[in-house]
Write a protein that binds this ligand. Structure first.
Ligand code: PMP
Length: 456
């Protein structure tokens, strides 16, 4: 901090980054040893780094840049809004046009029955907000004991403390006494590796039974909600059997608990339809979104809720009591203006339709890798997919962690000109932007194959 500014600005960017910037979800030691790869620009599916190397981004940033990089109309929408009105708070009952219009548009596009929107800064606080509103709802309707929440093993619901507790990944719990005492987990419907054994119908039946058993254990009067991703993302792109979400919806109704669909990754065409719930004809009671809402151009998330939940709170005995939940940037005009333009690109701009078309090529790419000697499983829906690598296809044994296969995969992939997620348990996660061409999709899989061949 005592170094003169001029001197600092002449330092190598990599050194500055390593010395001062804490990256998301990182090993401090690895970051210090290896440093960062600095990116400088992007266009469509392609990123260019500071060395001038061009790479194909098969992960849409962090499963968010669904419309691709370099969409000028988004830049114009943001600039215009910044000039006109860069900030407006929802406090004091102020409103602004972009936030109101975006809420209206989101409601129009989302599954029938979701009517009300609270805007957040991202996915974690959308999940936190859902929990807060659910609790207010049950208080308002005279069921204040309903506070327990159930989620899935391998689920990811954010890195805020409440979100990280619902997240069932061990490194998000460490040192924080998570999950919180009202947070519980049941098995993941993970056809390739699951303690819910059997065919698709058996997995669905066992999953429903686990939910019912857990609710019975906790007492139905104490359970508020079941949270799930329609397809689990950060847990390794786990695609449940078709019919699973519908069965869980029915179970939630029977059990008198709310269903919260965390569509932070799966929304906005990622899995084909605008929202993954649509494929199962399911309307959740609450739905969280982020990422693709603004396609990563600016931060924004949202929680949508049904009229039942909203009116429950509004009509409650304490309806006049101010709900202590909000944030400086909720419904930010510039984020909302960007969101409106991004939604226009998905629909009138044809990007959703392009994503649905190129998904056939994505599927073919995944299928083409299934017989690779290192590939145990390929799975996906729409443009969300995974390639699970194994040391032994017969036993499904994972690689020895000492081999650090995931690190190698990521580094080799980058050297071969493709970016994907390489999860610690040797699952390659894929989420290319919806603007990809067939040729770009084929090139992504050619580069992945080359990367896998390099590991043989
Ligand atoms: N829920 C899900 C399903 C997610 O995938 C994520 C982010 N990967 C989050 C919540 C948290 O979102 P954010 O990182 O924007 O806080």
């Amino acid at each position: 901090a005592s170094t003169p500014k001029m001197h600092q600005s002449n330092r190598n960017l990599l050194d500055i980054d390593r010395d001062h910037l804490i990256h998301s979800v990182t090993s401090f030691r690895a970051h210090e040893a290896r440093g960062a790869t600095m990116l400088q620009s992007g266009k469509g599916m392609w990123l260019t780094d500071m060395d001038g190397r061009e790479v194909l981004d098969a992960f849409a940033g962090l499963w968010c840049v669904n419309v691709g990089y370099g969409q000028d109309s988004i830049v114009e929408a943001a600039a215009e809004q910044m000039r006109r009105l860069p900030y407006a708070t929802g406090y004091f009952h102020f409103g602004c046009e972009p936030a109101a219009r975006l809420a209206e548009r989101l409601v129009a596009l989302s599954p029938e029955g979701l009517e009300h929107v609270y805007f957040t800064l991202g996915g974690s606080d959308a999940v936190d907000s859902a929990i807060r509103y659910i609790t207010h709802y049950y208080n308002a309707i005279g069921k204040p004991a309903k506070k327990q929440c159930i989620a899935l093993e391998r689920g990811y619901h954010g890195s805020s403390s409440t979100g990280a507790g619902l997240t069932a990944l061990a490194n998000f719990h460490r040192n924080f006494d998570l999950p919180l005492r009202w947070q519980h987990h049941i098995s993941s419907p993970y056809p390739y590796r699951s303690d819910l054994e059997g065919d698709d119908a058996a997995i669905i039946a066992r999953s429903v039974q686990q939910l019912k058993d857990r609710v019975a254990e906790l007492g139905a009067d104490n359970v508020a909600a079941f949270f799930c991703e329609p397809i689990q993302g950060s847990g390794g792109v786990i695609v449940p059997p078709v019919g699973w979400l519908k069965a869980m919806r029915q179970a939630c109704d029977e059990l008198d608990i709310l269903l919260v669909a965390d569509e932070v990754i799966t929304a906005f065409g990622r899995t084909g339809p605008m929202f993954a719930c649509e494929a199962e004809g399911v309307t959740p009671d609450l739905m969280t979104v982020a990422k693709g809402l603004t396609s990563g151009y600016v931060p924004m998330g949202a929680v949508l809720m049904s009229d039942k939940v909203y009116q429950g709170i509004a009509d409650g005995a304490a309806a006049d009591v101010v709900i202590g939940h909000g944030a400086t940037y909720s419904g930010h005009p510039v984020s909302a203006a960007v969101g409106l333009e991004v939604l226009r690109l998905y629909t009138e701009g044809g990007i959703l339709a392009n994503g649905q078309k190129v998904a056939a090529r994505f599927d073919a790419g995944l299928a083409g890798l299934a017989d690779h000697p290192l590939v145990g499983d390929t799975r996906g829906r729409g443009l969300l997919g995974a390639i699970e690598l194994v040391a032994d296809k017969g036993t499904k044994a994972r690689f020895d962690p000492a081999l650090k296969v995931a690190d190698r995969l990521f580094n080799d992939g980058y050297a071969n000109g493709v970016i994907f997620r390489a999860f610690a348990d040797n699952i390659i996660g894929l989420a290319p932007a919806l603007c990809a061409t067939d040729a770009e999709m084929d090139e992504i899989f050619a580069r992945i194959r080359k990367t896998l061949d390099g590991l043989l």
